[in-house]
Design a protein around this ligand. Structure first.
Ligand code: DGL
Length: 270
């Protein structure tokens, strides 16, 4: 089969999806990535599902126009409401769509010792029931405790991942999953791995934190290999676009993802 050197499209409401990009860059060193952070319309978590779905469809059209070969919805809040509609929209173009929810559930099912799994996410993700449905499909034996953590993502977007303020908020928001004595905690928002140190401090050393980033990257690799669409060795290009302030995105993006975030293009929704 002919190798496909088109980029992998990835999007999130802001910086959180960079945790998935990091895993993709590490696992697939030859692939180009085209990332869109919808910082201008952030946050998605508190917004109605229909509004977030509209955003996801718009971003998908933009990334498809940029020639992506595959779409990774690196945002749980968007994946919870848009995976089906996106797959339908892009099927006749042969573009596969992957989310982060099923990969997170699969990883949790693998690592849990006692089957007691917590899931934390935005209000939208938890209220959508997407984790509950994915667990019923993929790992029905797990005992799930789901808990919304409003406020976490705002701290991350301000570059604050380990202050006393975040710690105090984490103590309060994580109380239900601590009370449920979970042995595994799924970080069901792609911003949360950036808070992993604070979350781990509150949860204690016995609780395994699961980020869907690595598992999603494995799923992308499996699809590319199956389709013969992997790109052979060469210098890769990673392109970042933000609908918010590109300089803020560049500074925080370089801190959270690494030196790959050099230039950030500005995008204005009309
Ligand atoms: N990173 C996004 C997620 O995984 C959500 C952040 C937001 O509320 O915009 O859910």
């Amino acid at each position: 089969m002919t190798p496909d050197d088109r980029p992998i499209g990835v999007f999130d409401s802001g910086l959180g999806g960079l945790t998935v990009v990091r895993a993709l860059l590490d696992l697939l060193p030859d692939e180009d990535v085209c990332y869109f952070g919808d910082t201008g319309r952030f946050p998605y978590g508190p917004k109605p599902g229909a509004e977030v779905l509209g955003y996801a469809l718009e971003i998908a059209d933009l990334l498809v126009a940029r020639g992506v070969k595959m779409l990774v919805v690196a945002c749980n809040s968007a994946a919870a409401v848009s995976l089906g509609p996106l797959r339908e929209r892009l099927a006749d173009r042969g573009i596969e769509v992957l989310g982060v929810i099923e990969p997170g559930v699969r990883a949790a099912a693998r690592v849990t010792r006692r089957g007691r799994v917590g899931v934390i996410g935005t209000v939208g993700t938890i209220a959508s029931g997407a984790y509950q449905r994915a667990t019923a499909d993929l790992a029905p034996d797990l005992e799930l405790t789901c808990c919304a953590c409003p406020g976490f993502v705002e701290f991350v977007e301000q570059g604050d991942v380990d202050s006393e303020h975040v710690h105090i908020l984490a103590e309060r928001l994580l109380a239900p999953v601590r009370a449920a004595e979970v042995d595994t905690l799924v970080l069901g928002c792609t911003h949360y791995p950036l808070l992993a140190r604070t979350i781990a401090n509150v949860m204690g050393p016995e609780v395994v934190l699961v980020s869907s980033a690595d598992e999603t990257a494995f799923a992308v690799r499996a699809l590319l290999t199956a389709d013969g669409a992997a790109t052979p060795g060469r210098n890769r290009r990673v392109r970042f676009t933000s609908s918010g302030d590109p300089e803020v995105f560049r500074t925080l993006g370089a801190r959270f993802l690494g030196p790959e975030v050099r230039d950030v293009e500005a995008w204005t929704w009309t």
